[in-house]
Design a protein around this ligand. Sequence first.
Ligand code: CA
Length: 244
Amino acid sequence: MSGSLNPAPEPRSIFVVEDTADVARVLCTTLTNFGFRPEHFLTGRDFLHRLRSEVPALCIIDLGLPDMDGIELVRKVRQNRGCPIMILTGRHHVTDRILGLELGADDYVVKPFEPREVVARINSILRRVDRARCEGRGEHRIACFAGWSFTVDCNRLVAPGGREVELSLAEARLLEAFLERPNRILSRAQLMGEHELESLDRSIDVRVSRLRRKLQDGAAAPELIKTVYGAGYLLNTPVEWSPE
Ligand code: CA
């Protein structure tokens, strides 16, 4: 066991919202070259839609978008999702930049930019955010169950062997709901809970089965989430929270 190699970390995803194709291409190519997994969106609308199913490690938002005010978009992301934001802006939009930072963007880059500088700034933001989240202010809670650990604030799920498993925001909230009430039957309504995201069209059953798949660590591992027919689901393991 001790001699086994750790698998390479999953590339972290970066959402790029930029309506100028050339700029987006340069950014995405550079991000890929530096080991990130970029996803490009031409409109704020497409981006917001995608954000419902996955929260990236960081998003890059161009302030001049065709369908939406970039500042408004920054505000929405900050209110709802809490992922770090880097703003792209034209040289003359100084007030936009300031407004963007006041609204919670983490940094900004003025066009035209040097792609490597963007990557350096992204790395610096991510280091800062990781530190703040995981070394934290004593407010992060960790649940340990059946050899797994889940850190609530950063939605970090680690398998018994140390492998990190990526969760969507909806899956993370679902897991949290189970961990708060282990060994109890939870109805679908309870699992939807107060965290339920608006207009999320996937049913709770689909979400449970996705989470269940992710919680499988090898074929012999027992099934952690049991279906209770006609009633709901149950997390079949004790959970230890720290701090309690
Ligand atoms: Ca633009």
